[in-house]
Design a protein around this ligand. Structure first.
Ligand code: ZN
Length: 61
């Protein structure tokens, strides 16, 4: 079953619902921004409070 988390696009800063499968935590998933269509690299991980965190990587950094 898929879940979603909101991540701001690193290009246009619009919030996107990123859909992922729980098995993908720890991986980087790529989803196109619904506003500017740029591919967003989202790194999914679990923090020290067992909370899911999603960080958008800017490819030019
Ligand atoms: Zn965007």
């Amino acid at each position: 079953m898929s879940e979603s988390i909101q991540v701001p696009c690193p290009f246009c800063w619009q919030a996107n619902d990123i859909w992922f499968d729980p098995e993908e935590v720890g991986n980087v998933i790529v989803q196109d921004c619904s506003t500017c269509c740029q591919p967003i690299d989202v790194k999914l991980s679990i923090d020290h409070l067992d909370q899911l965190v999603a960080v958008a990587d800017h490819p030019d950094d």
